[in-house]
Design a protein around this ligand. Structure first.
Ligand SMILES: C[S@@+](CC[C@H](N)C(=O)[O-])C[C@H]1O[C@@H](n2cnc3c(N)ncnc32)[C@H](O)[C@@H]1O
Length: 305
């Protein structure tokens, strides 16, 4: 595994573990890199480009990016710790697990539950313009189950408490990620991918697209339908017509399902099957549908030196 920056957001479907396989497909000399479904930003943060655009439909996530981008590193850490202290949440980094009558196997949820629920209730009454909104949200994510972001129908954060806290490892991720982000010339957009006007992009731009997958079921996939896939294919066809390069991550098959629409559409482009054993194979057989057939689809030729 190369030396990559890790995201401080734990995204199901985050691309960190696949970066060794994805990076060789990213061309050099990109002017504007667009991470169209940025999620945890594992790809955007690691790709060199003159400018970066991080786009995601999750407004809160994009607010957090802006907060990380605009706030001084030490201030971010101080604000996180001050919210942790204000709510009496655990600080295993300082006191260890025993102090909280917990162990590293079962984690800290028993201790943190009441304090976490109080923080969650308070967060859910805040306006997104309130001071510390982003810090509350980030602390919630860190202390939540699997460190995910999930809301109910009323748009209230609804994950239960998780096992971990703001330990040294997460602090390190925040520090390295925000340091790198601040070095980029970045813009953050909260919106549906369809609202991005591709006419504004020159053809030395590059779009990396890691949308929800039609045939898997991560929390952020709820609501993604065949018609979203269809609109995304049209969006990518338009980029191609304009001479702009794109790279799409997706899966052809998985968990007994097969995305026939994707397989059909991808025929006009270059399909690269990712595989633990054959990282760069690009044969065109469709695998049996029980195995996850993870693919990269590009509208340009890739040569591996
Ligand atoms: C597979 S995740 C991206 C993971 C990311 N590449 C990473 O490495 O962490 C997909 C993302 O698409 C976002 N999303 C879902 N529907 C969207 C839409 N219509 N427009 C833009 N973003 C969308 C979700 O909020 C989620 O963050």
């Amino acid at each position: 595994m190369g030396e990559y920056i890790q995201s401080p957001f734990n995204y199901t479907g985050g691309k960190y573990r696949l970066l060794d396989q994805i990076m060789p497909f990213i061309p050099a000399g990109i002017n504007c890199f667009v991470d169209l479904f940025c999620g945890g930003g594992s790809v955007g943060i690691n790709v060199p480009a003159k400018r970066h655009i991080y786009n995601d439909i999750d407004k809160n996530l994009i607010k957090l990016y802006r907060y990380f981008y605009e706030t001084k590193e030490e201030e971010i850490i101080e604000q996180i710790i001050s919210v942790i202290r204000r709510y009496g949440l655990s600080e295993s980094r300082k006191y260890g697990y025993k102090y909280f009558d917990c162990n590293s196997i079962n984690g800290l949820s028993k201790f943190n539950r009441p304090f976490y629920l109080k923080l969650r209730d308070d967060f859910n009454t805040l306006k997104d313009t309130d001071d510390l909104y982003e810090v509350f949200l980030y602390v919630l994510i860190v202390f939540s189950f699997n460190n995910q972001i999930r809301y109910n129908k009323e748009k209230k954060f609804n994950l239960p408490v998780g096992k971990r806290d703001f330990n040294k490892n997460i602090e390190r991720k925040v520090r390295l990620f925000t340091r790198k982000l601040k070095k980029q010339k970045a813009v953050f957009c909260a919106g549906d991918f369809r609202s991005l006007d591709i006419e504004k992009f020159e053809n030395d731009s590059f779009f990396y697209c890691d949308p929800p997958y039609l045939i898997t079921c991560a929390t952020y996939n709820t609501g993604w339908t065949g018609s979203d896939d269809h609109d995304l294919f049209k969006f990518l066809d338009n980029l191609h017509r304009k001479g702009i390069r794109f790279l799409l991550s997706n899966i052809f098959t998985g968990k007994g399902k097969i995305n026939k629409g994707l397989i059909k559409w991808a025929k006009k482009y270059n399909v690269h099957h990712l595989d633990n054993h054959y990282a760069y194979s690009s044969y065109h057989t469709i695998r049996d549908e029980k195995t996850t057939d993870e693919v990269l689809i590009s509208n340009y030729e890739v040569t591996h030196g």
